[in-house]
Design a protein around this ligand. Sequence first.
Ligand SMILES: [Zn+2]
Length: 269
Amino acid sequence: MIEALNNILIYISSIFLSVNVLTIEANNTDYEDSIPTKIVSDIEVEEIQESLVPVKNQTYTNTTDWWKYPSNIKAVTRDGNDLLVLVNKEYKLPSTFVPSGLVKVTDAVIRNGDKYYLRSILINDLRNLVTAATADGIDLCVISAYRSYATQTSTYNYWVQYNGGDTDAADRISARPGHSQHQLGTAIDFSSKEVSDSIGTRFNQTKASAWLQSNAYKYGFVISFPYGYERITGFSYESWHYRYIGVENAQEMKNKGQILEIYLEGKNP
Ligand SMILES: [Zn+2]
């Protein structure tokens, strides 16, 4: 048991070390250090604020340029199966919510898909997205998809414990249970052979990331936490995290020039 915990800590430490190295070498194309992918399916990696990963037990003070955690938590105003439901740090899904139509994503849809579940409603559009990307010489794989409320509970508790009970620090790197888009079964974390299927800021520099930024909306997928909007979304830029809202909605959002958070606020008055 203790050995298992030690192994987990070694993995986590490795990630933090890699992140630090990557931050320092942000303008360097030499990415020798790879972020371990083993824990990707176990934690809410997309909600790790990689530039702000806290040192263990470090005291955190809220900064004015960050999205302060809301004190008044509300229930989501649309059903969890509604593609336009707003889920964020303020609006929470029920603990009992499990999305309908969860299916195993096969490798015929996207590489590594057979390890993950998503809602069947988006499978055809995801297949079309990957087919188009492949035709453009872009490699994509999935490294995270549906995650349950229970998974998120243990994940968040882990980060609180890791930070010596400091929930402010945990909130910067992990969503509380019920507040993760991954519980919807419509959020997906992409990666690519370009970065050895790893997750993290290395993906920002890939052709795959650029391709998704330009084309994903055509297939109903939009980036959830875009660059420069951290104060609005409450999460740092995550080039790899996309959410499916349907082709027509994604087109409407693009036409309005809105980010997902603002678009959904308008749909969830
Ligand atoms: Zn994600």
